[in-house]
Design a protein around this ligand. Structure first.
Ligand code: HEM
Length: 137
């Protein structure tokens, strides 16, 4: 397998894995009442965001852009894929906002927002993978 595509896959696994995990981590750290590992270690979510999710996102987008330039692909599926990737980037940024909000105040509404972002992420990651693997148009 070409090394650039391998790099793209490795970065994707790290990025998508961290993105699916982050909303659950933030929601767990915002839960009040019982003892919670994530609630007692709020800096863990920031560490996963800063040291895993963000570098993996930069690597995934950089290697994807290099693949696109090297192979000169201008197919419609790639344009639509870039739109679903933009939705992933938006959710990434929203996870950062939730982490900052969580550090100021623990609120029940935060857990609802985590659920919404988690759902949006599952749909956009699924759509991206379907577009690139099925290449429907
Ligand atoms: C700006 C971001 C991205 C760009 C520019 C990009 C671009 C590309 C390009 C040009 C290819 C080669 C396609 C081919 O050889 O037919 C590719 C492969 C692939 N990309 Fe991305 N990509 C990006 C992000 C993503 C994301 C976020 C995912 C998954 C969630 C993803 C999943 C894949 C997969 C699974 C392949 C392999 C497809 C195959 O070999 O048939 N990419 N990408």
């Amino acid at each position: 397998m070409p090394l650039l595509k391998l790099l793209h896959f490795m970065a994707l696994i790290g990025w998508c894995g961290a993105l699916l995990y982050l909303p659950a981590m933030i929601a767990a750290s915002a839960r009040s009442g019982d003892d919670g590992f994530y609630r007692d270690h709020p800096q863990l979510t920031r560490t996963v965001f800063n040291l895993l999710a963000t570098p993996a996102a930069l690597l995934a987008i950089g290697s994807g852009t290099a693949l696109f330039l090297r192979e000169s692909i201008f197919a419609p599926w790639l344009i639509v894929k870039l739109t679903t990737v933009a939705a992933m980037v938006l959710c990434h940024a929203l996870c950062g906002v939730l982490i900052l909000r969580r550090e100021r105040i623990a609120e029940a509404a935060l857990r609802r927002d985590c659920l919404l972002i988690g759902l949006l992420l599952s749909v956009s990651i699924g759509a991206t993978l379907w577009l690139v693997l099925a290449k429907p148009f």
